[in-house]
Design a protein around this ligand. Structure first.
Ligand code: B12
Ligand code: SF4
Ligand code: SF4
Length: 389
């Protein structure tokens, strides 16, 4: 132990970083930068304002004290450096939605990134220990631990904050995950990332729900990504039409971004390609027919799509079906309305039937209203029927 401590002291912070950079590149990471473990002051202030404005919605983990999210030393007392890594997940563009599918955001086409990235992060840390001959105390994570990852990554020079609040890198755009290694090793810090959106405001204008309230400020309560992934309740009626065909996440504010149009290059990780997971579109009728948690877990195991849970994903597919006017989905929606154990699913199925319309939808809704035990779902059915008159 003491020998290791001695060796650690003699290491040049630059040498260690070079070795780390080489190894990270070989593991498939596209970006790497270092920042000190000092508090992320500006990010913390912005987070506080965001929380106070209610923009964190019902995400319990985003209501934690600001210090917990903005001070790396709270996560690891001995922390001296935060290594921020970027990995492109860009799997290409969506083909036209000719088959009437539920659209999946690009980051979720393939395997669960938490698992894929963490495996490589762990082996990166081990290889670094071997190369440097020192034992390193580290925390390795992506999107799983309370830390303002975008702020840390901007400090580490990975990019700048776009008006859509995403971190943009001048060479690869914004379709990349951020991963972190908090180390008890002194590494040479990089200069903070710089860049600018210039006069562009395309993301703000294009956001379907108006969720980008000010440059760099996204109100999660309105964001389709929140509504379809983190939200456990209903998708507010007034927002449903704006959700369009998105069944999981949303990419609009990144699709319109000129940095991505020019710079996005396809990920080198096979785990993130469409054929490694759920892919570009969900078959709406197939998802609507999933009745048990076991069936749901089996179908989406190992992908990010398990996050909203069975009822959440069926809710989303109901909304997409309604917005697509998907007549083929009527039988599956009718089954949801009659049989699904979740009032959330029954209520959204009623809404979708109301949107698609037609004599069959009206008959089924009337019949369902007589049997519906849940007050919220009954209201959904009544409103759907009113819209059909
Ligand atoms: C909560 C959360 C969400 C919420 C809220 C998003 C939000 N914008 O706050 C929801 C569910 C909506 C969401 C959606 C998405 N998310 Co998300 N999310 C997170 C999470 C867990 C925390 C984000 C957070 O701290 N929000 C609080 C606000 C206050 O922080 P912020 O928006 O990041 O804003 C920062 C800037 O304002 C910055 N800042 C500091 N100084 C300055 C100065 C200026 C001038 C500006 C403009 C900004 C700025 O400080 C703030 C704090 O860091 C992070 C992981 C993590 N632990 O960090 C992933 C993360 C941000 N998400 C990610 C992704 C991929 C997405 C989606 C693209 C997924 C999708 N396709 O559906 C969308 C993008 C939507 C969007 N435009 O942000 C990636 C982003 C990678 C990147 N290149 O930016 C992250 C980093 C996960 C990861 N490890 O890769 N997400
Ligand atoms: S992810 Fe979609 S809904 Fe959320 S801010 Fe971007 S464009 Fe708006
Ligand atoms: S679309 Fe324009 S304003 Fe929005 S993040 Fe990209 S460059 Fe910035």
């Amino acid at each position: 132990m003491e020998i290791w401590e001695e060796q650690k002291r003699t290491l040049g912070p630059d040498d260690a970083k070079l070795i780390l950079k080489e190894k990270a590149r070989a593991k498939g990471f596209d970006l790497l930068g270092v920042t000190s473990a000092e508090p992320l002051a500006e990010g913390g202030e912005r987070l506080k304002e965001w929380q106070e404005a209610g923009m964190a919605a019902d995400m319990g983990y985003m209501h934690r004290p600001v210090e917990l999210l903005s001070e790396p030393k709270r996560l690891q007392k001995s922390a001296r450096s935060v290594v921020s890594l970027g990995v492109s997940y860009y799997p290409g563009n969506h083909p036209e939605n000719d088959g009437g599918g539920g659209r999946v955001a690009r980051y979720a086409w393939g395997k669960d990134y938490h698992v894929a990235i963490k495996e490589r992060l762990r082996s990166l840390r081990t290889e670094l220990e071997e190369a440097l001959g020192v034992r390193i105390k580290a925390r390795a994570f992506t999107d799983a631990v309370p830390l303002l990852e975008r702020s840390a990554a901007q400090h580490a020079g990975l990019g700048f904050f776009g008006r859509n609040s995403c971190l943009i890198n001048g060479n690869i755009g914004s379709y990349f995950f951020i991963a972190d290694l908090i180390l008890d090793l002194e590494l040479e810090p990089d200069v903070h990332g710089t860049g600018t959106c210039g006069k562009c405001a395309r993301c703000m204008v294009s956001c379907p729900t108006g969720a980008i309230k000010a440059p760099g400020v996204v109100d999660a309560r309105l964001c389709i990504s929140y509504l379809t992934i983190e939200n456990r309740g209903e998708i507010p009626r007034e927002l449903r039409r704006a959700v369009g065909d998105w069944a999981f996440g949303c990419d609009v504010c990144q699709e319109v971004c000129p940095y991505n149009k020019r710079k996005a290059t396809v990920s080198r990780w096979p785990e993130f390609s469409a054929n490694a997971g759920a892919g570009q579109y969900l078959k709406i009728e197939e998802v609507l027919s999933i009745r048990t948690e076991e069936e749901f877990e089996k179908r989406f195991e190992g992908t990010p799509l398990t996050r909203p849970g069975r009822a959440g994903l069926l809710r989303n597919c109901c909304v997409a079906a309604g917005n697509l006017g998907l007549v083929e989905a009527i039988p599956a929606l009718v089954d949801c309305l009659r049989e699904d154990e979740s009032p959330l699913v029954r209520g959204h199925a009623a809404w979708a039937l109301g949107e698609i319309g037609g004599a069959e939808a009206r008959t089924v809704l009337r019949e369902a209203l007589e049997k519906e035990p849940d007050a919220g779902s009954s209201t959904e059915i009544e409103l759907a029927l009113e819209g059909l008159l």
